[in-house]
Design a protein around this ligand. Structure first.
Ligand code: ALL
Length: 335
């Protein structure tokens, strides 16, 4: 029962400023990734607005970094708002993420800042939240514009251009390969807009360098799936020169498969996210490059937009592009 919920929630900012509290709020106890029971959220006890950050899998360092950035921002602005941090256990648990949105509304959140696990499936829950008067800000993975229009909802997006980010990493890889070389792509969850944009970015960079993509499959953003799929790709395409992974978790899975196949000299890997394990692998020459989409700041940017909209509900709701940078051994050497 505990694990079935598969979510982590943390309420921060009640009580004395800078004091982080974990409180049981809705009565439902949930569990974190290690299965350790944590908390859930209840009605606010202060006048400060409660902002709920709803993320995806907290097993992915990208999201724990995002959560840490948000918590730091809250403690620096403790007089201004309370923060509730949520995540799901499984990257594909869309039902659970939708339920979290409803729970946050019921718990009295004034704003929801969400990294949706799917670009379409979360829209009905977010429409309900908006109807209930809650400010909604979309971060990281953009919601589907057509579905938003159909549903007559407008939700601002705060996040990077994933196509240009992936294209930059792919172009850097191309400088290390020859025209005619064969590569394979590990895609994220295909119903996520950022996954499709990264695939397009990889494709464009390979096309421009006349490098052939011989295989492209979704490993659902996950290390283990990437490991299994990469192993079969290496087997089926013995001439493969690189694996382009749409996030760092999958890059790590591919890296392990390449090592197991004894092909570290032949096959390069690129990723996306700039998590610490991949920084280490880049320093050691096991992964070539990644993209830094500044995960620690991404939720903060979204929270800032939410705070502006809470103050001025008819304010600017246009999308805001956040930075994304190519990271190679060079960038890391200067740190
Ligand atoms: C995306 C993020 C990350 C991440 C992935 C996994 O939305 O932008 O690149 O690794 O989700 O859930």
């Amino acid at each position: 029962m505990l694990l079935a919920f598969g979510a982590v929630m943390l309420t921060i900012g009640c009580g004395r400023p800078n004091e982080s509290t974990i409180r049981d709020v809705s009565g439902a106890t949930t569990a974190n990734e290690s299965g350790k029971a944590e908390t859930s959220a209840s009605k606010s006890t202060t006048d400060k607005p409660k902002i709920a950050l709803v993320m995806k899998s907290l097993a992915n360092e990208f999201f724990s970094t995002m959560a840490d950035g948000a918590k730091k921002h809250q403690s620096d602005n403790a007089a201004k708002y309370e923060l509730v941090v949520n995540g799901i256990k499984d990257e594909r648990d869309l039902a659970r993420q939708s339920a979290l949105v409803d729970e946050m509304v019921a718990a009295g959140a004034k704003a929801i800042v969400i990294a949706p696990a799917d670009s379409k499936a979360l829209i009905p829950a977010l429409r309900r939240a908006k109807k209930a008067g809650v400010v909604v800000v979309n971060i990281d993975n953009k919601l589907d514009e057509d579905v938003l229009k159909q549903e007559k909802v407008s939700i601002p997006f705060v996040g990077p251009n994933n196509l240009t980010g992936a294209k930059a990493v792919g172009a850097y890889l191309a400088t290390k390969l020859q025209a005619g070389d064969q590569v394979a792509v590990l895609e994220g969850i295909r119903t996520s807009f950022n996954a499709t944009q990264r695939r397009l970015g990889f494709e464009q960079s390979m096309k421009e360098a006349k490098i052939e993509i011989v295989d492209s499959q979704s490993a659902q953003w996950e290390v283990n799936q990437a490991n299994t799929i990469a192993a079969s790709m290496l087997n089926e395409h013995p001439k493969l020169k690189a694996i382009l992974a749409a996030n760092d978790s999958m890059a790590l899975g591919a890296m392990a498969a390449i090592k197991a196949a004894n092909k570290t000299e032949q096959v390069q890997v690129i990723g996306f996210d700039n998590i610490s394990a991949v920084q280490q692998a880049i320093r050691e020459g096991k992964i070539l490059a990644t993209a830094d989409q500044h995960g620690d700041q991404l939720a903060v940017f979204g929270i800032e937009v939410a705070m502006q909209l809470l103050q001025n509900p008819s304010g600017d709701v246009s999308d805001r592009e956040t930075p994304v940078d190519l990271i190679t051994a060079n960038e890391l050497a200067n740190k």
